[in-house]
Every structure is written in structure tokens, then in C-alpha cells.
Design a protein around this ligand. Sequence first.
Ligand SMILES: Cc1cc2nc3c(=O)[nH]c(=O)nc-3n(C[C@H](O)[C@H](O)[C@H](O)COP(=O)(O)OP(=O)(O)OC[C@H]3O[C@@H](n4cnc5c(N)ncnc54)[C@H](O)[C@@H]3O)c2cc1C
Length: 289
Amino acid sequence: MTDVTVVGGGVIGLTAARRLHEAGARVTVIAADPPEDTVSAVAAAVWYPAHQEADPRVLRWSAAAYQEFTRQAHDGVPGVLLRRTRMLLSTVPWWAAAAGDVTLLDDELRFTAPLVEMPVYLAWLARGLTIERRRISALDELPGLVVNATGLAARELAGDDAVEPARGQIVLVENPGLDVSIRDESRSLYIHPRSRDVVLGGTFEQGRGDLTADPAGAEAIRARCVEVEPRLAGARVLGSLIGLRPTRRGGPRLERQGNIIHCYGHGGAGMTMSWGCADDVMELALRVS
Ligand SMILES: Cc1cc2nc3c(=O)[nH]c(=O)nc-3n(C[C@H](O)[C@H](O)[C@H](O)COP(=O)(O)OP(=O)(O)OC[C@H]3O[C@@H](n4cnc5c(N)ncnc54)[C@H](O)[C@@H]3O)c2cc1C
């Protein structure tokens, strides 16, 4: 196979790089920021096609990722867990076919959601890959086949004004012994127990692109979650994180244009679609090169 440069070291770029590397490509990842400074590191990183249209591509990508994460959890990949989930919902949603064991009972959807602890998982994805820490100013300055996985920066790099930020905030608290996820989209609320802490969420502010700290917003998130799960009341707050989701009008862009494969605009569901998108990137790379 060929040489490929993947621009972007978030979950989208590293997952694509991993697939290409496994297929025998010589892969170089170029990433401007260290992993901890990407939006991928902020993500609650629970499988759920949040804020996505009922698009057959999203369904296919999400289903592929669901299966891959489930396999990884059983294989003990670092940071990958499966969580029983209670979602407050009275109808079966369009994405249910991608999510395995979905049942609807008394206005509650129950399913098992893969959850990824991003810092450790991103390091696992990156193992053995060649990574250059630098910022490029144009995609066409790079030789050969290039994967554009630059998330929000694709607005400038690919001249795509359909890309815009959606600011999100989460709160991390100590885990008082929870092991079931709760999600209520009508209140933009989620509670995701991880191995050492619980992620409480969250906000979704379409079009807002600043990272200004918001302690009052963090307390409001915590208070809403305590109403739903009173055992969180005394849980020590460990911190709060803010990130900018790379949303795109019309959904993610995944297509080849000459020697550039664009793969960006995953909004609030980059982890959720990561492996499905990586499969398509690999197919596009193999088909024409
Ligand atoms: C609060 C919050 C909660 C979330 N929860 C979930 C969830 O539960 N489930 C889920 O699936 N998703 C969730 N998301 C969304 C998820 O974080 C994103 O969809 C995903 O991280 C996007 O990944 P990415 O690789 O495209 O972008 P990024 O992580 O932003 O990575 C972009 C990469 O491109 C690099 N780059 C940019 N410009 C250049 C340049 N000029 N030169 C070189 N490199 C460049 C950057 O350095 C970086 O490495 C959440 C997001 C937030 C903010």
C-alpha cells in the first residue's frame, strides 16, 4: 500500500491512521496540538449519535463503531467500557438498529453503550504511529495522499463554511458507586459513570466558539444531574471541561477530492462514528491509489 499523511491527531485522525497502518500503509500523523488539547480529549465519549440527522451514513458508521467498541471492551482495550444505559424516551429512535440490545419499557429506552476514557484510549490508538507535532497552513503543501481530519480547523483548511463550533461543558465528580448511564436529551442531561469518576453533562451551544470558564454553568449541570440521581449529591467535584464540537451543516464530510480524503465535521458524535468513518477512509485510500 501507499504512504499516507493524516492531518489531525484527535479521535477521527488517529482512528483512520490506525486502520491505514493495520492495512500496511506507511502513515505519518501531523497534529498541531498535543492530544490533551484536542476536543477529543474533552469528550464524554459515550456511543450515541448526538445531534445527528437520521442519515443512513451516520447509521452505518455508528453501527460499525458500536461493534468495534464492543469487541474492544471484551478484548480489554485500555479505556473502553460498556455501560448499561437508561434513556428517558418514549419512542424507539432512528439509530436503534445500530445499538444492539435496545428495549423500550415504561418511557425508558434501555441499551448498552460503549464508553471510552479518552486520554488513555487516544494513547492506545497512537501507539506505533509516527506523529509530527506541527501546524500546517494548507493541505496542498503536503505530498501524496492526505487525510484531512482537522475537525473545526477544516473550516479554514478546506474552505468549508458549513463547519462551526458547538460549545459543550461537562463536570467530573467522584463516583459514589454508580454503574448505569442515564441520558435525557430533552434536558440536555447525561450521567456517565467511568472507572474512577462520573461525567455529568452537558451543554450544546451551537455557534459559540469561546472557551471562557463558566463555574455557574458547571454548578447548574451538577444540580440538574443530582435531581435525577440523588446519590450524586455529596460527590466531590473534580473539575469541569469545555470543548468546541466540530459541527457541520449537512453532517460529516467524508469524500475524496483528488489526493485529499476529507473526514471532518463529526459534531457531538466523533467517537460514536469513528471506526465506521475510518473504514470508509481506508476504502477510499485503497480504491484510487
Ligand atoms: C463536552 C463534549 C462532550 C462530547 N461527548 C461526546 C460523546 O459522548 N460521544 C461522542 O461520540 N462525541 C462526543 N463529543 C464530540 C467529540 O469530542 C468530537 O466529535 C470529536 O472529538 C471530533 O474529533 P476530531 O478528531 O474530528 O477533532 P479534534 O479532536 O478537534 O482533532 C483535530 C485535530 O486536528 C489537528 N489540527 C487542526 N488544525 C491543524 C493544522 N492546521 N495542522 C495540523 N493539525 C491540525 C488538531 O491539533 C487535532 O489534533 C463531545 C464533545 C464535547 C465538547
